[in-house]
Design a protein around this ligand. Structure first.
Ligand code: ZN
Ligand code: ZN
Length: 260
């Protein structure tokens, strides 16, 4: 097969994988949401259709460069992804995962803050905030411009920082699962974790819910480090009081914000 065809096939395959992964994980958590909180996404069918359409477009924006790199990894040794466990010390396995997550979080925090400037917000980030409130399907609901800022991160990292293929899989899994759970409209982590020492450092749905409701705060992705350092951490949001108040509160809070 000639090089161009091989690259194209790799790009299409990676787009299908990213899209399929999104549908499977978002679909799984949406199903779980329906089981645990029947009616939680009531009245949001139209919004969910848009979330899925934007997310599948994002899957292509993520998948095309990822496919090119997957081809380059196999055929041209472009990346620093390694398979031989002895290539680097064993301690590097967990540390590389942490390094990747911290760098991704740093990139996300600053580009996210930047996209909250009024002009850029309208051009690039309003699509993501059009989910009021977001659902499990909103995980990759981004305007193509925003998707582009996200799509460059992992490629840039695998070109520069060595990582075992298994550790990379862990990073991608954390990225995918947190992207979905942080938008699905309820807190899946136990209260002891969310309100304990771990929750002071890690971002869960309660933290990101506040970003979607209040906008100018809680910009982080995985860690609260940058938000706390820069004074943009407003603490945890909540999903309302009881089950009824929860539903009424959710919609109302977000509509208020829209009017403001
Ligand atoms: Zn935002
Ligand atoms: Zn969000």
């Amino acid at each position: 097969m000639d090089t161009v065809s091989a690259v194209l096939i790799a790009m299409l395959a990676m787009t299908a994988i990213v899209g399929g992964r999104y549908l499977a994980v978002s679909g799984g958590f949406a199903w779980l949401t329906g089981r645990r909180f029947p009616g939680r996404y009531a009245g949001q069918a139209q919004q969910i259709r848009k979330e899925i359409a934007w997310s599948l477009a994002s899957a292509a924006i993520y998948g095309l460069p990822a496919g090119l790199l997957a081809w380059g990894w196999q055929e041209r040794a472009w990346t620093r992804i390694y398979l031989d466990l002895d290539a680097y010390p064993l301690w590097w396995l967990p540390v590389s995962v942490l390094v990747y997550l911290v760098l991704h979080d740093t990139w996300f925090y600053w580009t996210h803050r930047w996209m909250h400037r009024p002009k850029l917000f309208r051009a690039a980030h309003a699509v993501h905030h059009a989910s009021r409130p977001p659902t499990a399907w909103a995980a990759m609901s981004f305007h193509p411009l925003e998707a582009l800022t996200g799509a460059v991160v992992i490629p840039a990292l695998v070109l520069t920082i060595p990582i075992h293929a298994g550790a990379l899989l862990v990073v991608l899994t954390v990225m995918t699962v947190m992207g979905v759970t942080n938008h699905m409209g309820w807190e899946i982590c136990p209260p002891r974790l969310v309100h304990g020492r771990v929750g002071k450092r890690l971002i869960t749905a309660s933290h990101h819910e506040r970003h979607h409701r209040q906008y100018g705060c809680n910009y982080g992705l995985y860690f609260r480090f940058w938000d706390r350092l820069c004074g943009t951490d407003r603490g945890l949001g909540d999903f309302g009081g009881g089950p009824v108040g929860q539903l009424a509160g959710r919609g109302a809070q977000h509509r208020d914000r829209e009017a403001a």
